[in-house]
Write a protein that binds this ligand. Structure first.
Ligand code: PLP
Length: 414
């Protein structure tokens, strides 16, 4: 692959840090365009985790011994580093979870089950990922709260007039995706949060597709809760983050009970540990926290603004190439500042799964299916779509490979 500087990024230098990108699949160099599902992991992250296992693997918070102290410091530091990264007030506001899905469930169970009841309203959007949609839907059923959805316009944006109609004084929670994993839309989340707050509702923002590729400032957004996953931001699987405003987390009941999340236990009762440990029961993801911290360092060294610019440029290029094909239907807004680095589409007459399979013959890895947004696909009138999603190491040449594979699919099916 030729030397490329897209935006100010030296993509080739970045690619060198990902040995997996050298792999061959079906005799060709892999073209990895499934980053919205999981991003690849740079050497810096693998090395940090390997260093933990080789040199200071130990349980945290329990040990007097040296290795446990080192592990505890690294684990706690990871909270501080993530807090700094998203501009939270401190580690008290950063709970490590398994992933975004668990962060949604934590708030839904801990806050939702205790605070919601008949007459309350939960407002979601039609472009929610199942992680939020299914979770709040079930909490609605269990508490009697009703669930409403902000409409998505034909252009793939949120209908903010509809949002203003739906979010009333009966609304207790607004849960919205920051960047849609299907449409690529970057939603006006600050505006949504402001509308929620005007009606004394809380706002939960799903940042799974935002934190990996743009600067996110939870204070500027003013979200009450904000969630994301390590494995979508050059970090490891098995770790996610729930940001919550300290006073809310203080008031909430724990979601999981057990060791480490307590202060005092008797045969009759228990009291809870301070934040964030109150929400981190049992042995936590120590190596993963070390890896996540390394990923944050790695991303910031490149610069989140540059990563966003690179992705926007790739998304624009992909959109234009695909739109020029004529028989490709693209979902979501046209390229611009409110479109993130992914493009979902369908090739006329070819099922998305068949398309993904032909792509695989070309060593091009894309996603096909409903991308955990079944109701949105119903609305779009399709059962499935193909999705190409980009990250900091992708190049325009890889998008050309995608388009070539589409040409091949068209010929095969014509
Ligand atoms: N929210 C969005 C917007 C996503 O794209 C995803 C994953 O694809 C999730 C939530 C769930 O993330 P995880 O599977 O890491 O919990």
């Amino acid at each position: 692959m030729s030397q490329q500087n897209v935006g100010a990024l030296e993509v080739e230098r970045i690619r060198d840090q990902f040995p997996i990108l050298e792999r061959e699949v079906n005799g060709q160099r892999v073209v990895y365009l499934d980053n919205a599902a999981t991003t690849q992991t740079p050497d810096a992250v693998v090395d940090a985790m390997s260093d933990y296992y080789r040199n200071y693997n130990s349980n945290v918070h329990r040990g007097i011994h040296h290795l446990s102290q080192e592990a505890s410091i690294a684990y706690e530091d990871a909270h501080d580093r993530v807090a700094e990264f998203i501009n939270a007030d401190g580690r008290e506001e950063v709970v490590f979870t398994k992933n975004t899905t668990e962060a949604e469930n934590l708030v839904a169970y801990s806050w939702g089950l205790n605070e919601l009841g008949p007459g309350d309203r939960i407002v979601l959007t039609e472009m929610e990922h199942h992680a939020s949609l299914v979770t709040w839907q079930q909490i609605g059923k269990r508490t009697g709260a009703d669930v409403e959805y902000v409409r998505v316009t034909d252009e793939g944006r949120l209908d903010m007039d509809h949002a203003r109609e739906l979010i009333t004084d009966d609304t207790a929670m607004v849960s919205a995706v920051h960047v849609s994993n299907t449409l690529g839309t970057v939603n006006p989340v600050s505006e949504l949060v402001e509308i929620a707050h005007d009606h004394d509702a809380l706002a939960f923002i799903d940042g799974a597709q935002a934190v990996p590729n743009r600067p996110v400032d939870v204070k500027a957004i003013d979200a009450d809760f904000y969630a994301f996953s390590g494995h979508k931001m050059a970090g490891p699987t098995g770790i996610g983050v729930l940001y919550g405003k300290e006073h809310l987390l203080e008031e909430m009941e724990p979601y999981l009970y057990g060791g480490d999340m307590i202060t005092k236990v008797t045969f009759e009762d228990a009291t809870w540990n301070e934040l964030p440990w109150k929400f981190e029961a049992g042995t936590p993801q120590i190596a993963e926290a070390v890896g996540l911290r390394a990923a944050v360092d790695w991303l910031e060294e490149i610069g989140m603004d540059r990563i966003r610019a690179h992705e926007e440029e790739l998304a624009r290029y992909a959109y234009e190439q695909l739109a020029a094909e004529g028989d490709v239907e693209i979902y979501g807004p046209e390229p611009g500042p409110d479109r993130g680095g992914l493009v979902s589409f369908n090739l006329e007459g070819v099922h998305a799964h068949d398309l993904a399979s032909i792509m695989n013959d070309h060593a091009v890895a894309i996603r096909a299916g409903d991308h955990c947004t079944q109701p949105l696909h119903d609305k779009l009138g399709v059962a499935a779509s193909a999705r190409a999603s980009f990250y900091v190491y992708n190049t325009e040449a890889e998008i050309d490979a995608l388009v070539e594979a589409i040409d091949d699919a068209r010929q095969l099916f014509s």
